[in-house]
Design a protein around this ligand. Structure first.
Ligand SMILES: Cc1ncc(COP(=O)(O)O)c(C=O)c1O
Length: 424
């Protein structure tokens, strides 16, 4: 990227978020975050471009953060926007909490809806994926003997709510075993197909499993389920923001996500999508004044809540869309393939994430042969400042590495170099 274009990129990135939200004011418009971003040069896919994106994030000195799948980092413009919302709220708490930000909340809802190509009447802003899974699992009036399918790689946030709210009532939780390294989409779809019986009522599944980063084919499974009158609930904690998602095209009934991972929002903000025709199944987890609202807003009606973070989500979506979701998608795959090309032919390593782009993206797991992953994780951190997540379940014995957009190819070179040194 040429220097002047780089400078204008940073200016646009900063102007789009922080500039829109100013010091405390007594008018709602002064805090509106509806200002449009100028679009960037989407053709610039150079490493220099991504180095500039990286400059928008601030990590601790010496830290190399490959652990985005555990928790994301908010870029500076998103932090600043959220801090300003906090100051604004604290300047006149009752005014902002009870009404003055109504339009701003709707603007955030619209931005999220646009990101996922759905209607804003299908989007609620929650706290995280776990809340969404609880909401779904608690809503259903299932009967003893009814079945819910939960693959064996589901996160605790996707299994505990079903156990607590449904299994105790005599509902059968069916736990099919997924292959660790399927070669094709059909290799996963067939597992779900085989698990379906006439008693199956819901399939609850991750879009990307947190264990080895495998993408589950939600679209194909939703199509299969719809024909049989089965509802599909998706845990999107690891997919929302990693690549472009059109939720109508995905075809699931419900999708619950944590924006604080791959969308880099303030912490404690979640996105909940429910298809229009499936919304009637849902019962709010929390009820308060206004509980009889028939719109999807009834699902986020908590009375006093974390509005600075809610509005900060708008800044996070702006940050994302300003770079461009197509461009982010391309980059996620580029980093995945770059990493794999560096390790896949080395006999000291074994990749534990599928290869095909259809079922594998920016979360990868890697085993160093004959090394205990807990030791590998420790050495990576203590000797190289690299943060990863060790995965021990399912015989993975692998470090899980995440390639969010603040990771550059240089960072991957550093990671691979460290892994090679630890291996010898
Ligand atoms: C697949 C999956 N689901 C759910 C969660 C829980 O996310 P949260 O704590 O934001 O609800 C995680 C967190 O890592 C996850 O990886």
């Amino acid at each position: 990227m040429k220097n002047n274009r780089r400078r204008s990129f940073i200016k646009k990135l900063l102007a789009g978020t922080t500039g829109a939200i100013l010091a405390p004011s007594f008018t709602a418009t002064a805090t509106n975050n509806t200002r449009q971003f100028p679009s960037l040069d989407i053709d610039d896919t150079s490493e220099a471009f991504w180095e500039e994106v990286k400059q928008q994030f601030r990590f601790a000195d010496g830290l190399h953060y490959f652990n985005n799948a555990s928790l994301g980092s908010s870029p500076i413009p998103v932090q600043e926007a959220t801090n300003t919302f906090r100051a604004t709220l604290d300047s006149f708490p009752s005014k902002y909490m009870w009404g003055d930000w109504s339009d701003e909340k709707e603007t955030v809802r619209q931005k999220v809806a646009d990101l996922f190509t759905v209607s804003k009447e299908e989007v609620a802003i929650t706290h995280n994926t776990t809340e969404g899974m609880n909401l779904i699992a608690r809503s259903f009036d299932l009967q003893p003997g009814d079945e819910v399918i939960l693959g064996d790689h589901e996160h605790h946030s996707g299994t505990v709510p079903w156990k607590v709210w449904q299994e105790a009532k005599g509902i059968r939780l069916v736990r099919p075993v997924l292959p660790i390294l399927p070669k094709t989409v059909e290799g996963i779809v067939s597992v779900y197909r085989d698990a379906i019986t006439p008693r199956t009522k819901v399939i609850s599944m991750c879009h990307i499993v947190n264990t080895n980063g495998m993408i589950l084919p939600v679209k194909e499974i939703s199509e299969m389920a719809r024909k049989r009158g089965i509802l599909v609930a998706v845990d999107g904690a690891q997919s929302s923001g990693m690549f472009d998602i059109d939720l109508h095209d995905l075809g699931c009934d419900f999708y619950t996500a944590s924006a604080h991972k791959w969308l880099f929002s303030p912490k404690g903000i979640g996105i909940f999508y429910a298809k229009q025709e499936s919304q009637h199944y849902l019962k709010p987890l929390v009820v308060a004044y206004g509980y009889d609202d028939t719109s999807i807003r009834r699902l986020e009606n908590y009375n006093t809540r974390n509005l600075p973070e809610y509005l900060g989500l708008g800044a996070a979506v702006d940050f994302h869309t300003n770079i461009g979701k197509e461009k982010i998608t391309k980059r996620s795959y580029e980093l995945k393939n770059y990493f794999r090309s560096k390790v896949q032919n080395n006999p000291i390593f074994k990749l534990k994430t599928p290869e095909s782009d259809q079922i594998s993206c920016a979360i990868q797991t890697l085993e160093i042969i004959d090394k205990d992953v807990r030791d590998v994780k420790k050495q990576l951190f203590e000797n190289y400042g690299i943060d990863t997540r060790p995965m021990t379940n399912f015989g993975l014995n692998s470090v899980r590495v995440s390639f969010a957009i603040f990771i550059t190819k240089k960072d991957i070179d550093y990671l691979v170099g460290a892994l090679e040194e630890i291996a010898v």
